[in-house]
Design a protein around this ligand. Structure first.
Ligand SMILES: Cc1cc2nc3c(=O)[nH]c(=O)nc-3n(C[C@H](O)[C@H](O)[C@H](O)COP(=O)(O)OP(=O)(O)OC[C@H]3O[C@@H](n4cnc5c(N)ncnc54)[C@H](O)[C@@H]3O)c2cc1C
Ligand SMILES: *[C@@H]1O[C@H](CO)[C@@H](O)[C@H](O)[C@H]1NC(C)=O
Ligand SMILES: *[C@@H]1O[C@H](CO)[C@@H](O)[C@H](O)[C@H]1NC(C)=O
Ligand SMILES: *[C@@H]1O[C@H](CO)[C@@H](O)[C@H](O)[C@H]1NC(C)=O
Ligand SMILES: *[C@@H]1O[C@H](CO)[C@@H](O)[C@H](O)[C@H]1NC(C)=O
Ligand SMILES: *[C@@H]1O[C@H](CO)[C@@H](O)[C@H](O)[C@H]1NC(C)=O
Ligand SMILES: *[C@@H]1O[C@H](CO)[C@@H](O)[C@H](O)[C@H]1NC(C)=O
Ligand SMILES: *[C@@H]1O[C@H](CO)[C@@H](O)[C@H](O)[C@H]1NC(C)=O
Ligand SMILES: *[C@@H]1O[C@H](CO)[C@@H](O)[C@H](O)[C@H]1NC(C)=O
Length: 623
């Protein structure tokens, strides 16, 4: 059987008037209509057709998302690899997500389907008990690139203590920051624009954070810096939160602009597909993509070795794709545990409920879900923010500019100034909260603040520009869980984030909002504000009112993780060993955010890429 590679999409953008960006092999020209943005994308479909059914590969990766394409691309340097992905190319389905500024179109928690991205799975949570029994939409991308294809692109790493704790929890020195850090640098092609505003320039990065010989993923400080970021920096410094060089060197204590996963030369998002997959294809590596193909079940032989994946296609076909060596599950924090469960790996009681034969009774599958939450506070300002793009003439002007040179507001996530700290004023926390927070490593911040702008279109238009200050909980103590409602992957898993489940989270949320008010009351920032706080507004003062505002307006930061956690064999809740191998079976690993033992403070994408690099290396080295 000859395996063919399909859909090798090498995408290059030919902006009107812009220098050619990269060589594009001859292929099918698709004119993507981005509303006002017209971008020509050439998709090179190397071999059109259906890949071989019933084919066998050295490695089969389930899920062509963030972790999946990184691990598949690296494995294909040495092995024959297949990727099974339910979605397709987002460039043809959700072409707006290529434009960094447009990411915000894809973060809705509303149940109204018209607010969901065309590439969204459409998942909803279970009724959230701490939130009056409400259910919410939880964004997850169904496309090559996975969530890296529509996320906010913030690129930042956890603290040294985060990964040192992983090493302790897993009894594996490889996760110590000093040994794990090179895997972060390995995935990244880093650049910084010299053209930024002088008051928003970027200091030299921490030693070792980025190297000249990185990988295919563009990470850059774009030319555009959100103007209010420089004011946030001054405000924070006035109340003791100083500027730090960057967020890639294992320290998160202070403020700085944050780079994004976008190509500064094209002004476009870099997903795991535009980076890892395209680079592997361009290098002629053996990687076969089964897009539009849903993994339904992992099949084991009598020796409990994972040997094949049963798949279905939208066309109604069903067949098996086999793995000579191993199957790597990278279906994300919701569907990786779901796929394990429907395949017989999970809590025996749950499996029996749905008549699923138990292959490996692992109580931890679907448990221990971590997530982050954030909430916006709004002030009117006298400088450019996202709000201005609501004006059609202004948007048209910016789009025209972006066509010529992709360096204006549209090339940025406009969500680009971050800061971190442990809560300073600890008298606001109860004894039990203090005790719970004391379990985190000493360098692990509890709070993150994001300065940028989100959709404030509902606010009065008296002011044209609004800045949004967004506190986030990055040492959350609530834990959620994932379960199944049937034995079929076609039914969505039961998703229970359990947001606001602990008193500690609620206390920190209230305290973080008060801390942002301290920033915004500094002398440093007064010259930039056009008026008083608009949301929640100065009338909201009591802890009860503050909490009610937060619970009524919060969003997940979409960081679901730890639902198939790595841990010691002696830990009854561990699902994977430190090489991401599933306990109780062979030939099966999980490599995505679900494998994390803890969710690092901040944004998880960098750690997912680093973990994928590391496990790919382990596999290539025979471990
Ligand atoms: C709106 C939003 C904003 C975010 N912003 C940031 C940010 O700024 N910075 C950051 O670091 N992180 C951010 N995140 C989080 C980050 O994007 C995710 O944690 C990360 O991308 C998840 O990677 P993953 O590999 O675990 O899963 P995914 O990237 O979700 O990949 C899973 C893949 O598996 C596929 N799949 C699932 N089930 C099956 C099946 N049965 N068969 C075949 N295929 C299947 C899916 O379609 C998907 O492609 C954000 C997330 C969202 C949603
Ligand atoms: C691009 O996106 C727009 C808006 O979502 C859509 O109408 C159009 O069909 C898309 N184009 C292609 C080629 O998919
Ligand atoms: C969840 O809430 C909805 C609406 O409030 C209700 O109809 C439904 O029965 C609830 N589901 C469960 C499992 O409690
Ligand atoms: C980094 O990206 C730039 C722009 O795409 C490219 O010219 C350069 O070769 C890349 N560097 C490496 C080491 O891949
Ligand atoms: C930094 O420079 C930009 C561009 O001139 C400006 O909009 C912003 O207000 C400046 N910030 C401060 C703190 O002066
Ligand atoms: C796979 O992707 C290609 C390229 O976008 C597309 O033409 C094809 O329809 C996709 N296949 C499926 C089954 O989604
Ligand atoms: C710390 O918080 C307490 C309780 O909210 C408050 O009374 C006190 O003024 C705060 N201290 C400082 C220095 O802000
Ligand atoms: C953060 O830095 C401040 C000094 O700016 C220091 O006092 C504090 O201990 C640091 N916190 C952590 C958690 O490292
Ligand atoms: C998930 O957690 C909730 C509490 O938040 C609990 O009621 C429920 O039983 C748990 N479900 C599973 C499958 O563990």
């Amino acid at each position: 059987m000859v395996s063919r590679t399909i859909c090798n999409a090498l995408l290059a953008t030919t902006f009107v008037g812009l220098k050619a960006v990269s060589a594009v092999p001859l292929g099918v020209d698709v004119d993507l209509d981005l509303g006002l943005l017209d971008i020509d994308i050439a998709i090179n479909v190397a071999t059109i057709g259906t890949p071989d059914k019933e084919a066998e590969y050295d490695y089969v990766v389930v899920g062509g998302g963030t972790g999946g394409l990184a691990v598949a691309a690296r494995l294909s340097e040495k092995f024959n690899v297949a990727v099974i992905e339910a979605g397709s190319y987002y460039e043809t389905v959700n072409n707006q997500s290529t434009v960094p500024e447009y990411f915000e179109k894809f973060i809705s928690m509303k149940l109204d389907k018209s607010t969901w991205a065309p590439t969204d799975w459409g998942f909803t949570t279970t009724n959230q008990t701490a939130l009056g029994g409400q259910e919410y939409h939880y964004s997850r991308a169904k496309t090559l690139g996975g969530c890296s294809a529509y996320n906010a692109m913030l690129y930042q790493r956890g603290t040294a203590g985060t990964y040192d704790e992983w090493a302790d929890m897993l009894d594996d020195e490889d996760y110590k920051w000093d040994k794990f850090e090179p895997y972060f640098a390995k995935s990244v092609n880093y650049s910084v624009s010299a053209e930024r505003f002088a008051n928003s320039s970027i200091p030299a990065q921490e030693e070792g954070a980025f190297t000249a010989t990185g990988g295919p993923l563009h990470v850059a400080y774009p030319e555009y810096a959100t103007p209010f970021g420089s004011w946030t920096k001054l405000a924070m410094a006035e109340v003791g939160l100083e500027e730090q060089p960057g967020f890639g060197g294992g320290v998160l204590n202070g403020s700085q602009f944050c780079p994004q996963t976008a190509n500064p030369y094209t002004g476009e998002r870099d997903s795991s597909q535009t980076s890892f997959l395209n680079a592997a294809v361009a290098a002629g590596q053996s990687i076969t993509v089964y897009n539009g193909t849903m993994a339904q079940k992992i099949n084991f032989n009598s020796g409990k070795k994972a040997v094949s994946v049963t798949v279905s296609t939208s066309g109604g076909a069903s067949y098996k794709i086999s793995a000579k060596h191993e199957i790597v599950v990278s279906a994300g924090a919701f569907q990786s545990p779901q796929l394990l469960m429907v395949s017989g790996v999970g809590p025996a009681a749950t499996l029996k409920e749905f008549d699923i034969p138990v292959i490996s009774d692992l109580a931890g599958v679907g448990q221990n879900m971590w997530d982050h939450i954030f909430y916006g506070m709004v002030w009117p300002v006298a400088m450019e923010t996202r709000q201005r793009l609501l004006e059609p003439a202004y948007l048209e002007e910016k789009v025209a500019e972006y066509h010529v040179s992709p360096t204006n507001i549209l090339s940025s996530n406009v969500f680009d100034f971050l800061a971190w700290e442990k809560l300073q004023n600890r008298t606001q926390l109860s004894a039990s909260s203090l005790a719970e927070l004391a379990k985190f490593p000493a360098d692990w911040p509890e709070l993150e603040y994001i300065s940028g702008s989100l959709d404030n279109s509902a606010l009065p238009s008296t002011y044209r520009d609004y800045t949004t200050m967004i506190p986030a909980l990055v040492a959350p103590t609530s834990r959620g869980n994932i379960s199944i409602s049937s034995a079929s992957m076609d039914d969505q898993p039961l998703i229970n984030p359990n947001w606001f489940g602990t008193q500690t989270d609620r206390e920190l949320a209230v305290a973080s909002l008060k801390r942002v008010r301290e920033f915004m009351a500094t002398d440093a920032v007064q010259g930039a504000l056009l008026g008083e706080e608009i949301a929640p507004g100065v009338a909201v003062q009591s802890d009860e009112d503050i909490l009610a505002y937060i619970e009524g307006s919060f969003s997940t930061v979409f960081h679901a993780a730890c639902t198939c956690a790595m841990g010691l064999k002696t830990d009854p809740m561990a699902v994977l060993d430190s090489k991401a191998r599933v306990y109780g079976v062979t030939g099966l690993r999980v490599v995505d955010s679900s494998a994390f033992p803890t969710l690092p403070p901040g944004h998880p994408m960098s750690t997912i890429y680093a973990l994928a690099e590391k496990i790919a290396d382990d596999i290539k080295n025979g471990c």
